[in-house]
Every structure is written in C-alpha cells, then in structure tokens.
Design a protein around this ligand. Sequence first.
Ligand SMILES: [Zn+2]
Length: 134
Amino acid sequence: MVVKRSYLYSLLFLKCPRCRQGEFLEANPYKFSKMNHVCERCPKCDLKYSIEPSFYTGSMYVCYAVGIAFAVATYVILLILGMADDPLTIFISIVCILALTFPYIGAVSKSIWAHLFFKYDPKIAKEVNNDTRN
Ligand SMILES: [Zn+2]
C-alpha cells in the first residue's frame, strides 16, 4: 500500500515532516501543561526533531506571519459578513480569534519551521507504514 499523505496534511495536522505519520508534538496544542512541546524524536521513523539547541526559536518569525494571516482572514470574513463597519468590532474580533487560536498558531508555526528543514522521504514513509510494531 502506497502512503499518500500530503505536505499540507502533515503541516496542518502536526505530523512528522519526514514520514508524515508520527506525531510531532507531545500532546494536543490546547493541553496547556505541555503546550507546543515538540517530541524529541518521531515515534514512527525516529527522526530527531531538534537538530541543534534552540532550533525552534526561529519559528517565532513564522508564528508572527501565521498570526497576521489569521488576523487578515478574520477581517475578510467580517467584510464578507458585512460587519466591518466599526473599527472596535474589527479589533475585538481579531483579538478574540487570536486568543482562541494561539496554541494552534504556535504549534503549526513549529510544524512549518520543521517542514522547512526536514524533507519528506517516501521510502522511509513506506517502510514505516509497513512496520506493524508502532
Ligand atoms: Zn517520522
């Protein structure tokens, strides 16, 4: 069976960038005690997620861009709904959306950062998929 998991699936559902099957985070991003803790290694293909100390510090730049994207998307949705007349409504809406999604924004930013540095390997993905131990 051929593994068919897309780049976008792996990115958005926080999967390993190399095999696209193993979990990337230790827990759900909304579990605040382990918020955005990246696993040391992929549980499926054993990829070491952190190639150097403070590797994920750079993901804060990605986090900023993703936050802006969420804010712009909120504004566009308000425009479509015809609710973008009052600047206070726009501001409160954007703040609420960012407050609700910040754990996921942080997690997906780390995932994007990892996907920039680790490439998908279909051979390893197929081996991992056929391995029934995990
Ligand atoms: Zn993996």
